[in-house]
Design a protein around this ligand. Structure first.
Ligand code: KG4
Ligand code: ZN
Length: 367
């Protein structure tokens, strides 16, 4: 079973070919991130326009990388396509304009090439990046992969710019949402705090880097207490950072946040970043540890862009007795390999296919 995955939910246009739900044959990612940096976040209109520019070349490159014998022989394109058993595409959650480009492309290809089409939930797919345990020889030096797939029941922490969810997967397609954020996603909180501190977008890597030189105990910041111990809230933490920073520079709470960065020295930025990071990461790990004790899973995985965070990995290793395997960083952030992988399992487990003539987008899709 060889599946072509297509992902376009935010600023990355990606296409990937995956075999049997574990072997990566290609994973091509074109990011429009550099066009958004000046605006401090993803601009939906710019993202949608760059998907239009990139999607066909990205799919083409993904196919040629997966089937190198056909590279440069356009007359052989049909042979390349004959190796593809199905197409999987992200239908949500994400930005409407961005999702539309991927879904319309996948629908068109499914009709033109007569392939079954699978509709993929982007958040669920993040977890499936953990099932990729092998890569084609040409890719092996580019990817550091775990050697074994996770075993059910799997406790999954999904942490990205748009999502913060704790999910117990009892089997493929049988999962229980244990908790989720009631406001900001943790990656979003990183991005917002970075903005307050004048650090470049995306905030996760920026904060992670400067926090190495900071004192994590510089500020005592609050952890949100939720009725359900597996739910999260990060909006209060972000506001607490704002207030503490206003006080730090001798201003009152009416002082505009966009002027704060100019009054902070490098050490203060590092100390505030480290304090924020400590609280955010402890909040996540506290919930994972409690769920781990309650549900006794056979595997625990972390998915999404924030899984790249070194402090999160360190603290989890201290608190969880199971070894947590991590996908390569290129498979933690948005990519189509995770979409193709979930597509393989949908095909294998006879999940319903989508109608290529009517498949819609679901910008607010949840787990
Ligand atoms: O999964 P992803 O690429 O896209 C979404 O689906 O949102 O995640 C992007 C998020 C951003 O908010 C970014 O700031 C965060 O992941 N991120 C990190 C790190 N690298 C990326 N957060 C904390 N530490 C990192 N090292
Ligand atoms: Zn994502």
């Amino acid at each position: 079973m060889i599946v072509l995955g297509i992902e376009s939910s935010a600023d990355e246009t990606s296409a990937s070919v995956v075999e049997d739900g574990y072997k990566l044959l290609s994973n091509v990612i074109a990011s429009s991130m550099d066009r958004h940096v000046a605006f401090g976040g993803v601009v939906p209109e710019i993202a949608a326009r760059s998907h239009i520019e990139s999607i066909i070349p990205v799919i083409d490159e993904a196919l040629k990388t997966a089937f190198p014998t056909f590279r440069g022989r356009t007359s052989e394109s049909n042979k390349m396509w004959s190796n593809i058993d199905a197409i999987a595409v992200t239908v949500g959650p994400g930005l409407s304009g961005s999702l539309l480009i991927g879904v319309l492309t996948a629908r068109t290809l499914a009709i033109a090439k007569n392939k079954p089409l699978y509709a993929i939930n982007h958040v669920e797919a993040h977890v499936y990046a953990n099932f990729i345990t092998e890569a084609a020889i040409s890719l092996t030096t580019n990817y550091q992969l775990p050697t074994t797939a996770p075993k059910f029941p799997i406790l999954a922490l999904i942490v990205s710019g748009g999502h913060t969810q704790l999910v117990l997967f009892k089997d493929h397609f049988k999962y229980q949402l244990l908790g989720q954020t009631s406001d900001d996603a943790v990656g979003e909180a990183y991005d917002k705090v970075a903005k307050i501190l004048g650090l470049p977008y995306p905030g996760g890597p920026s904060i992670d880097k400067v926090a190495q030189n900071g004192d994590p105990n510089f500020l005592k910041l609050p952890k949100a207490r939720m009725q359900n111990p597996y739910d999260f809230s990060f909006s209060g933490l972000k506001t607490a950072v704002l207030r503490a920073t206003q006080v730090l520079v001798g201003k009152d709470f009416t002082f505009p946040s966009h002027e704060l960065a100019g009054l902070l020295n490098a050490q203060q930025v590092a100390d505030v970043a480290a304090s924020f990071q400590k609280t955010a990461i402890e909040t996540l790990v506290d919930a994972v540890e409690s769920a781990f004790k309650e549900f006794n899973p056979n595997s625990s995985v972390i998915a999404g862009g924030v899984a790249a965070n070194g402090e999160l990995r360190k603290l989890l290793a201290n608190r969880i007795s199971l070894e947590i395997p991590y996908p390569d960083i290129k498979l933690c952030t948005d990519n189509a390999a995770m979409i193709a992988t979930l597509g393989c399992y949908k095909a294998k487990y006879n999940q319903p296919t989508a109608d290529p003539y009517s498949l819609d987008i679901f910008p607010n899709l949840s787990m």
